[in-house]
Ligand binder design. Structure first.
Ligand code: FAD
Length: 286
């Protein structure tokens, strides 16, 4: 099933993201976690992709397993920063064979242990053009309510986002954000610029201190005081932090839905208990 039909459907959508195993020895445990999440029957699930390409096969097998066993539609992420055009075409053929019709087309970031950039791809928009040549895929792309770190200015960020959408990106999924006003401002800016595709809000339930520290150090996310207070108070208590993180994410989702954002994607990080709790919190709402 094409995701665009789910995202633009009459009912709000709630979807979950999982990541594939990096090594064979974790394959079974991660597969089991993704199956537990799939058994909740979300609107769809996304499966991420390692820009180094090492987990490329696992992205497809995890996504295909979810679709085949649970009848939950999936979207496979695909990056291009470290791939040749031939490698991308091969991957697209494998996706087709596996019956995966939705692709999140991404540039990716250069893995630390790799230095050779792709000679064929600089931006996700070029990947989108190649995907369109290979088949009838529903194509999504990433967007950044706080701006992508390399864009320089807001104007550039929106200009290149529009180029990506014009290249054939049918919907956008946002980077995580912790203050909904940031998304509402972003929506205003992109609609003004003529970007009219649906936007799926990406929400990250922050459920442990390590995750929190990572977000604090590497991301450009503006963290609201309310969020920082919760993290400072409960960060050292794993169970309390988990409960508070799930409650915070749930509140964000309710506010988004109340303000007309109809598609929400939860960065559930292979944690079935987090996905289950958020779904239960929204049981009468979605
Ligand atoms: P692009 O859209 O190509 O943009 C990258 C930068 O280039 C931006 O600053 C943009 O403004 C600029 N730009 C675009 N076009 C031009 C142009 N013509 N001239 C000059 N500048 C230009 N990474 C993974 O490795 N695997 C994943 O599975 C994954 N999933 C993700 C899912 C979501 C929802 C999000 C938000 C991100 C994900 N990422 C993933 C991270 C992503 O790969 C990085 O953020 C990467 O740095 C940018 O990818 P992009 O597709 O947004 O790039």
């Amino acid at each position: 099933m094409k995701l665009i039909d789910i995202i633009t459907g009459p009912r709000p959508s709630l979807s979950f993201e999982v990541f594939p195993p990096k090594t064979w020895d974790t394959y079974e445990s991660i597969k089991t976690a993704t199956e537990e999440i799939a058994s909740l029957h979300p609107s769809y699930m996304s499966v991420t992709y390692g820009a180094g390409g090492g987990t490329s096969q696992h992205t497809i097998s995890i996504a295909a397993n979810i679709q085949d066993k649970f009848n939950v539609p999936t979207i496979a992420h695909l990056t291009c920063i470290s791939s040749s055009r031939t490698q991308v075409k091969e991957q697209l053929m494998k996706l087709k064979e596996a019956g995966i019709t939705n692709i999140l087309a991404l540039r990716g970031d250069m893995p630390k242990d790799m230095t050779t950039k792709s000679l064929d791809y600089k931006y996700a928009s070029q990947l989108i053009e190649d995907i369109l040549e290979v088949g009838d895929f529903c194509i999504g792309g990433a967007c950044y309510p706080e701006g992508h770190p390399e864009s320089g200015t807001w104007m550039n960020d929106v200009k290149y986002l529009k180029e990506k959408v014009d290249a054939g990106c049918q919907f956008l999924t946002t980077q995580m954000f912790f203050d909904n006003n940031i998304l509402y401002n972003f929506m205003y800016r992109i609609r003004e610029a003529g970007i009219n595709v649906p936007v799926v809000a990406g929400i990250m339930p922050v459920t442990n201190a390590a995750q929190l520290n990572r977000i604090r150090t590497i991301s450009g996310n503006s963290l609201p005081q309310r969020f920082i207070r919760i993290a400072d108070r409960f960060g050292d208590n794993p169970e309390a932090m988990k409960q508070a993180g799930i409650a915070y994410a749930t509140e964000q989702v309710i506010d988004l839905l109340a303000n007309g954002i109809n598609a929400v994607h939860i960065y559930s990080m292979n944690k079935p208990e987090v996905a289950r709790a958020i779904q239960a919190n929204l049981s009468e709402i979605i």
